[in-house]
Design a protein around this ligand. Structure first.
Ligand code: AMP
Length: 233
């Protein structure tokens, strides 16, 4: 039986992390459009440069480009039994594209999970987060044990200064996503979420597949809620 799950939530709600847990448990791959776009960073063709520019500004990539990249990914062998979509669809046009794409292969969206998080916490989770090469994540505001954080001024005095971090043990540098480094870009992404992604909630509610999860809990507690919702389908 196939399983197509959509994760909806403001940035910082923990979609990526929960998607990885669903992936391991249910054996379907995580498809993150944000990750697919970030992977274009190493390319220098016109499309990749356009996408990088859009991402840094916090705006959304156009629907045609986004739908095409998802269609490609869903055609790969490992996606035959379903996927967890993280960060897609972001608006109704994308949702309708996905539904008709799945309908054409006799499948459907089984569940849309909304990870609910207040926007103040969402801002801190995104603006303060840094991660290690192994995916381990830390945060300047509430998970900073064992991490040295430094605010470093840019030469041209851009505001806010750059946040640098490293693991105290071993002085291992930690990375911050470039699109998390600008407070303005994060605010734009939250605004975009409110303006275009939030309406998707009633869209999926009307289809009877929307389930809400409190994302302001420990990773384990959020995961337990998700698992019981998916098992109860
Ligand atoms: P994310 O990692 O999901 O926060 O995505 C990072 C950035 O990639 C977003 O701010 C957008 O610029 C772009 N992006 C990711 N998913 C989509 C999507 N479904 N539609 C349009 N743009 C997207």
């Amino acid at each position: 039986m196939s399983l197509y799950v959509i994760l909806i939530g403001v940035q910082g709600a923990g979609k990526g992390l929960q998607a990885r847990l669903i992936e391991e448990h249910y054996g379907i791959p995580q498809v993150s459009t944000g990750d697919l776009f970030r992977a274009m960073r190493t390319r220098s063709d016109a499309l990749a440069l356009k996408v990088q520019d859009i991402m840094v500004s916090g705006r959304l990539v156009d629907d045609d480009t986004t739908n095409a990249i998802v269609e490609d990914r869903l055609a790969q062998d490992d996606a035959g039994n379903g996927v967890i979509l993280d960060g897609y669809p972001r608006n109704q046009v994308q949702a309708q594209f996905l539904e008709s794409h799945l309908a054409a292969k006799g499948a459907k969206v089984d569940a849309a999970l909304l990870l609910e998080l207040d926007l103040y916490t969402a801002f801190k989770r995104a603006f303060g987060r840094v991660s290690a090469a192994n995916g381990e994540s830390y945060n300047y505001y509430y998970n900073s044990d064992g991490v040295d954080f430094r605010w470093v001024n840019y030469d041209d005095h851009l505001f806010p200064p750059r946040l640098e971090a490293s693991l105290a043990a071993g002085d291992i540098p930690l990375k911050r996503r470039p699109d998390d480094a600008s407070a303005d870009a994060i605010i734009k992404r939250i605004d975009t979420f409110l303006g275009t992604t939030q309406p998707l909630i009633s869209y999926f509610e009307n289809k009877g597949i929307m389930r809400k999860v409190n994302a302001d809990q420990s990773i384990e507690a959020v995961w337990a809620e998700i698992r019981s919702l998916l098992d109860a389908r």
